[in-house]
Ligand binder design. Structure first.
Ligand SMILES: *Cc1c(COP(=O)(O)O)cnc(C)c1O
Length: 392
């Protein structure tokens, strides 16, 4: 428990910006697998994949050992390679574009909307070239990008869409779950512990396409298969390596956890949304920061709850951030624009490339958001924010 006194804080707890919820049912289901024959390459993987596909409304799912390797697989399945370009948001985790670089493709960053931190769709077209093969929208914070509008631009230029849905498992766009793939080829979800459900590490690609499905399976396991053989089989032991894949497999241990977690996902999302609505009300018209509001027809899954400092506090963000930490709020920043990373700077990206994203970065702080936050926690967050920023 924490105690607060006027003028200062005694803190015996620290609220992180996000964390997992694991109960006895989750633990039992993992222990059960450990006693079985298959701890990897067994039946739990398929079961988890089918359940995720059903949940989001897609035909297939292929699970990977991380969201990053899943994206790598999806970009491979699409055929992204040398000479190709892809467009994504700079307001994302580095994996969204790194996965394209792994394949020798080029990434381009298209600026974001100042209200939501999502791709500004009106600016996407100017970043499309003859070599553009893919657009990867990131549903930042869990709030879906306007996929219909984006898909109209993509179709016009014969460019495909793969959704980075790492923040958006359980989110809805026009009453359909992200991952239902009405406007995209594939979508990725991550099962890192700060995401909606966890497998420790893990990720998944959903798709409706048989060819992508086969390629994803190949890529996950060294490019090796026993199906659709190129040559005649030498015998029952025969397998073929048909592509250069990786060992990106997830284990049955992890998938057992995922299956158990999935049962709780709707409750997790409901709680995240309830907490967000409470924050929205508590923060309405406050003089310190703006919040990201849901767009009409969207149901955000609220992976994050970003606050955006107003002009007069923007230049004091570093100090506000460290004081919030000292006062017991495990705040984070999402994100440093990807192209400002030294690796990307060495590739020739320049500061100023996406000015709205840079401004968003200068204002943004992610405050605690996870399903087990109590009303007491929420009030603590509000008091700590207001007290800290007002006395800066
Ligand atoms: C978490 C995340 C990823 C990568 O997922 P991992 O499972 O950590 O590899 C990719 N994109 C975004 C936007 C993420 O938040």
């Amino acid at each position: 428990m924490w105690k607060r006194i006027k003028g200062g804080f005694f803190i015996s707890k620290f609220l992180p910006y996000g964390k997992q919820f694991i109960d006895d049912e989750d633990i039992d289901s993992v222990v059960e697998v450990l006693k079985e024959d298959f701890i990897t390459q067994g039946p739990r993987i398929n079961e988890f994949e089918e359940k995720i596909a059903d949940y989001v409304g897609a035909k297939y799912a292929v699970a990977f050992n991380s969201g990053t390797s899943a994206l790598h697989g999806a970009y491979f399945a699409l055929g992204l390679g040398k000479g190709d370009e892809m467009i994504t948001s700079p307001n994302t985790f580095v994996a969204s574009s790194n996965a394209a670089l792994y394949l020798g493709a080029k990434a381009r960053f298209s600026d974001v909307e100042k209200e939501t931190g999502n791709l500004d769709i009106s600016k996407v077209e100017e970043n499309i070239s003859d070599n553009t093969k893919l657009i990867t929208p990131v549903h930042y914070s869990g709030n879906p990008v306007d996929m219909k509008e984006l898909s109209e631009i993509a179709e016009k230029h014969d460019v495909k869409i793969i959704e980075d849905g790492a923040h958006a498992l359980g989110a809805k766009y026009n009453n359909k779950k992200v991952g239902s793939l009405e406007y995209s080829e594939m979508a990725m979800f991550s099962f890192h512990p700060v995401k909606h459900i966890t497998t420790g590490e893990g990720g998944i690609i959903v798709t409706n396409d048989d060819e992508y499905y086969d390629k994803l399976n190949l890529f996950r396991s060294h490019g090796i298969t026993k199906n659709n053989l190129v040559n005649e089989a030498d015998g029952d032991w025969y397998y073929e390596m048909q592509d250069l894949g990786f060992n990106y497999r997830i284990t049955d241990i992890q998938c057992a956890l995922g299956i158990s977690q999935l049962k709780k996902l709707d409750d997790f999302v409901k709680n995240r949304r309830r907490i967000a609505k409470t924050y929205d009300e508590l923060f309405e018209d406050n003089p310190y920061f703006d919040v990201v509001l849901e767009k009409e027809n969207n149901e955000s899954a609220y992976h994050l709850y970003p606050i955006l400092l107003k002009d007069e506090y923007k230049s004091k963000k570093a100090e506000i951030f460290s004081r919030l930490r000292a006062n017991g709020l495990g705040v984070q920043v999402h994100y440093i624009p990807v192209y400002l990373q030294p690796y990307y700077q060495n590739l020739g990206f320049k500061k100023g490339e996406c000015p709205v994203c840079e401004d968003f970065y200068q204002r943004e702080i992610s405050i605690p958001m996870f399903p087990t936050l109590t009303d007491e926690d929420i009030n603590f967050v509000k008091d700590t924010l207001f007290d800290t920023i007002s006395t800066i």
